[in-house]
Design a protein around this ligand. Sequence first.
Ligand SMILES: Nc1ncnc2c1ncn2[C@@H]1O[C@H](COP(=O)(O)OP(=O)(O)OP(=O)(O)O)[C@@H](O)[C@H]1O
Length: 307
Amino acid sequence: MSSILRIENLYVSYKIPLGHLRYGYRKIWAVKGVDMDVPHGIALGIVGGSGSGKSTILKAILGFVKPERGRILFRGFDIAKLKGRERRVISREISYVPQEPSQSINPKMRVYDVVAEPLKPLKLSVDEVEHRVYSVLEVLDLDPSIRNMFAKELSGGMLQRIAIARAIITRPSLVLLDEPTSNLDISIQAQILNMLIDLKQKLNLTYIFVSHDIDVVSYVANRIAVMASGRILEEGNVDKVLTEPLHPYTSMLLEPSKAPEEMKLLDDELCPIRSWCPWRQEICSKLYPPKTMIGDRYVYCWRYSKH
Ligand SMILES: Nc1ncnc2c1ncn2[C@@H]1O[C@H](COP(=O)(O)OP(=O)(O)OP(=O)(O)O)[C@@H](O)[C@H]1O
């Protein structure tokens, strides 16, 4: 399967002001040396705790933050180097569904205008815009009468459907979903997840799905990447990772109650593996490369995060 997106050795940092009494900035690394290969047509789930760097990866793909090192290649094009028309074409191919649709949708707009808004730069005819809006409402099983409602009149689940409609109206090939169901009731959550699975099939989409909830991610994803402290600790086929986790942090996510206390401390200075490496079943040594392929799976040695 050919890759639609490739991330190579990505580093992203943010500058935090030192405070009103001190001049200057402190740099924090949100993403550290991430490599990722996203084949066309898959759903890649990124799971990890709060602050692990999941959303920053999405922001870097969307061009909202600049990588400090590394490259992001979409269909072979380096996203950071795109300009003008090429940039506009690629940005239509990548769309985004945020965690909280109410923050990106104007509550005073009618549903029709909300869904049609991303088409504005395409300068399509009125008929074509109308056709596209009705088509996406139909694909999402939404009654066409919803078009005249105001966004503020919609429930959370309905608003998230509209956010998805808006994300697919430009006919993208890659959809980035940032915790799209985390603010919804459990029953609505299931409906949206099923709808996303169905949509991916119908429109031949590729997903990158971010969540802190491993159950939600594994429901939608074929592959899964486990993140902590800005690094991908383990990446592989979802069933394999869930049934035979190689990294102790993945085991902790799957069964938090069984985790040794020290694993809960997500501090780069503290290697939870110490000297015994559970996947190699031997004493860890600096001679091993930090990123290792085991079968078709990729595992990061936590011990190396110190170096
Ligand atoms: N705009 C910003 N300015 C400064 N620091 C930021 C900014 N955005 C994120 N960070 C920091 O970068 C790190 C990674 O954040 P990020 O939002 O990517 O993580 P996340 O895994 O998506 O977390 P969450 O699930 O809570 O959104 C965190 O330490 C966070 O505090």
